[in-house]
Write a protein that binds this ligand. Structure first.
Ligand SMILES: NC(=O)c1ccc[n+]([C@@H]2O[C@H](COP(=O)([O-])OP(=O)(O)OC[C@H]3O[C@@H](n4cnc5c(N)ncnc54)[C@H](OP(=O)(O)O)[C@@H]3O)[C@@H](O)[C@H]2O)c1
Length: 476
């Protein structure tokens, strides 16, 4: 660690920082550094600047660069008076609001739904959100988040305004939803760097959850193929950690991200399946192009995504190896895996077997080790932000995988896309005998904090579900 680095961290003051690193940071990092503006300088360095809320954030950023092997040249708190700093501040305040405004808003403690810290990416989405959260027509119960930290500390059941419906939206009475990675990340506020996207001091939207299964309450004027009373499932996901939430009695989703729920599926099964099921489907069908005879290894085979992936790969005709802890081997086998590996006894990256597709939902091995057991022309699908928390968690490892993909290894990422075509394909699989939804535990809405804490343990067996209203926990 450089002297500058230590000195700066020791004498930390909150404010705007300018960090210069050697080399040009890959543009693919842009999403992960959202909120920290970076520019490629003509002298071959990269200049990052933006607000750092506390000393832990500064340490974390610097450690992250060190982990990535990116030499830090200088770290400076920006003086308030230079022309350059004024321009930087203007840019940053444009994105986040000025510290005065932030302070004032924090002191006022407004009802959190409104989203006082706008996500830099989604101003357009924000205006449609504002419309959808305008809150006409009474109150509803929702799990509201204030601050980041332990779920039981930052999540609380409260009365909030009911959301109102945009022209292309559907108001849904939620019956079931589930906990996914974006939810626990945004509750815990780790990896810390992602707070730059979700909101520095508290998330810009207060209600978590994106998967939904429920009953249509009302539709916007452009929605013609769904009507009140229809049972639907789908997602609110809008590609940001600020997606409006489903841990509530009512929610609003774009009609284009909902389909009618098959009658054979329970609300719990439908609400549990969306993000995990679609991620697994897209990974196996589109990214891995899995077909008959493809040798697929799934790391994290017993979790939310893994339990779907094992079954979908089998349905596509693959020879599947599932990796899990000892207690979940039987579960993974029961889902159709041809081979299972107990990671507590055996390291799959050191085995003799070679795989055409490796779908890694854990990223607990260096990407180079995992790539060693790829067959020639094999495809490596890294798919985890890691479990370790901290500032960057597994992101540096994912970044190394990106860099590895520039060499001879075929590295491909899963982009989670919710649309009716994908939902229909998932529904067809769920209606067949090929794929069943594995549910570890069902919690009532009032215990949503426990549901998120369950996911934060990183050893859920399949999905963690939250039920709302008439159907409560255990009522399956
Ligand atoms: N690309 C996307 O759009 C997208 C969408 C959703 C999720 N994801 C990613 O998918 C990943 C998995 O999500 P999930 O919902 O399936 O998570 P999850 O339900 O928490 O599953 C975690 C899995 O990790 C395994 N695991 C935990 N610690 C382990 C260790 N030390 N060594 C090996 N395995 C370990 C667990 O197995 P045992 O219990 O047997 O230990 C379990 O199977 C997440 O990291 C997330 O970032 C990506």
């Amino acid at each position: 660690m450089s002297k500058t680095h230590e000195t700066t961290a020791e004498h930390y003051e909150p404010g705007l920082y300018e960090i210069r690193i050697k080399g040009h940071l890959d543009d693919r990092w842009a999403d992960w550094f959202e909120g920290l503006t970076f520019t490629h300088e003509s002298d071959g360095t990269t200049l990052l600047y933006g607000p750092l809320a506390d000393q832990a954030a500064l340490h974390g950023v610097l450690n992250g660069f060190r982990d990535l092997g990116l030499p830090i040249i200088s770290v400076q708190r920006i003086s308030a008076n230079t022309k350059r700093s004024k321009k930087m501040k203007a840019d940053v305040y444009e994105e986040y609001g000025s510290p005065d405004v932030l302070e004032r808003k924090e002191n006022e403690k407004p009802a959190p739904e409104g989203g006082e810290l706008l996500n830099s990416k989604s101003r357009t989405q924000e205006s449609s959100r504002a419309r959808r959260t305008a809150g006409h027509g009474g109150a509803m119960k929702a799990i509201v988040q204030d601050g980041y930290g332990a779920p039981e500390r930052v999540l609380e059941l409260k009365e909030v305004d009911r959301p109102s419906v945009g022209d292309d939206d559907v108001l849904i009475r939620v019956r079931a939803t589930s906990v996914n990675t974006p939810d626990w990340i945004t509750v815990a506020g780790v990896p810390y760097i992602l707070r730059l996207q979700s909101g520095l001091r508290r998330p810009s939207t207060a209600v978590r959850g994106t998967d939904v299964a429920g009953v249509v309450e009302a539709v916007g004027k452009n929605v013609t193929d769904l009507q009140p009373g229809d049972e639907v499932f789908g997602s609110l996901w809008d590609n940001t950690l600020s997606t409006l939430g489903t841990f509530a009695e009512l929610t609003v989703a774009p009609a284009s991200q909902l389909i009618k729920k098959p009658a054979t599926l329970s609300f719990e099964e439908a609400g549990a399946s969306v993000m995990s099921g679609l991620t697994a489907l897209i990974a196996m069908r589109d990214v891995g192009q899995v077909g008959p005879g493809t040798k697929v290894l799934i790391n994290g085979a017993s979790g939310g995504v893994g339990t779907f992936a094992v079954q979908i790969a089998k349905a596509l005709g693959a020879e599947v190896t599932g990796v899990s802890s000892t207690r979940n081997l039987e579960l993974v086998r029961s889902l159709g895996a041809d081979h299972v590996i107990d990671y507590t006894a055996e390291d799959f990256t050191r085995g003799e077997q070679r795989y055409d597709v490796i779908f890694d939902n854990v990223m607990n091995h260096p990407p180079t080790a995992t790539a060693r057991v790829l067959a020639p022309n094999g495809i490596f699908i890294p798919n985890s932000v890691g479990n370790s928390g901290g500032l960057f968690a597994g992101l540096p490892r994912a970044a190394r995988a990106v860099l590895m993909g520039r060499g001879s290894t075929d590295v491909r990422f899963v982009t989670y896309v919710v649309n009716r075509e994908n939902l229909d394909a998932l529904a067809a699989l769920l209606e067949s005998d090929d794929v069943k939804v594995v549910i570890d535990k069902v919690y009532p809405l009032s215990e949503a904090a426990n549901a998120v804490a369950h996911m934060l343990g990183h050893h859920a067996r399949g999905k963690v579900v939250i039920t709302v209203g008439a159907r409560e926990a255990g009522d399956r």
